[in-house]
Design a binder for this molecule. Structure first.
Ligand SMILES: C[S@@+](CC[C@H](N)C(=O)[O-])C[C@H]1O[C@@H](n2cnc3c(N)ncnc32)[C@H](O)[C@@H]1O
Length: 259
């Protein structure tokens, strides 16, 4: 499958897929789009609730202490040392360039919020393309080692990429992936468009998304098409229309809410 680099308006690269006939991101800005949709409208919704949850448990100094304990417990758990603690569990449908995973790892580190990330990608990009992506350069900081590990690590193996970011990727399509029910808090739904990849936007797909999410879990996607929102609703989701990034009027956030 042929993929070529394209420079977006914000200076970040995206890829054009000849097979899909479209880019991996908006040509207005890969970085801008990913931050807007997946980090701001997705991850931050959960991390804000997380902070509120901690704050509600006591005064300011106590809440800081609780947060540290929370992280420590997460690390213990990731090392198989027990604890009933659960990090934010994210499923990405379409790992691709790894941009969403990279931004999530940075956000998790910045806020000291434990995240467990599973990326699905049946058609990984080549090493030579990965080396030309300029995300780490644009983001500055020291994220390059994370990005390299995400791309170079083995499939279906867990990596503690940094103290609060646990990562695993599977080389499989979403519908073929064996995923347990109720195990994710957040889905980054980042497949190619319904026109390019209709099989990933059908009712069965959203029914599966609903099943694998925990109650109160959310799904975010750049797509705001009426038929996609109808399929999400029919699966049981509650829908929100949110303002989109440059070049896109609206995006969709869907929540699983079982009374
Ligand atoms: C629009 S691109 C976005 C990729 C990625 N999120 C990024 O930021 O680079 C869609 C991705 O979905 C992947 N994909 C294709 N079929 C898939 C499937 N059945 N399940 C999961 N991902 C799939 C493609 O290979 C591609 O990497």
């Amino acid at each position: 499958m042929n993929k070529t680099l394209q420079l977006c308006e914000d200076g970040s690269y995206t890829l054009f897929s000849e097979k899909a006939g479209e880019c991996y991101h908006s040509i207005h800005g890969a970085l801008t789009e990913s931050l807007h949709i997946f980090i701001n409208a997705g991850l931050r919704t959960l991390t804000e609730n997380y902070s509120i949850g901690i704050a509600a448990s006591g005064n300011e100094s106590k809440s800081v202490q609780s947060k540290e304990t929370f992280i420590k417990e997460s690390l213990f758990r990731q090392k198989g040392l027990a604890s009933d603690f659960k990090p934010i569990r994210i499923l990405e449908i379409g790992f691709g360039t790894g941009l969403n995973a990279l931004l999530t790892a940075i956000e998790a580190e910045k806020n000291k919020i434990p995240v467990s990330y599973l990326g699905l990608e049946p058609f990984p990009i080549s090493r030579s393309i990965v080396q030309q992506l300029n995300y780490c350069e644009l983001l500055q900081g020291n994220s390059l080692p994370y990005f390299k590990t995400m791309h170079e690590c083995e499939w279906d193996k867990e990596y503690l990429i940094q103290p609060v970011f646990n990562f695993r990727k599977l080389q499989v399509g979403f519908m073929e992936a064996g995923l347990a029910n109720g195990v994710f808090d957040l889905i980054y739904f980042d497949a190619f468009s319904p026109e390019a990849q209709p099989e990933l936007w059908g009712q069965e797909v959203f029914n599966k998304c609903f099943r694998v999410l925990a109650n109160e879990g959310i799904l975010v996607t750049y797509c705001a098409k009426g038929r996609v929102k109808r399929a999400l609703k029919a699966a049981g989701f509650v829908i929100e229309n949110l303002p989109g990034p440059p070049g896109k009027r609206e995006i969709t956030r869907a929540q699983k809410l079982i009374q």
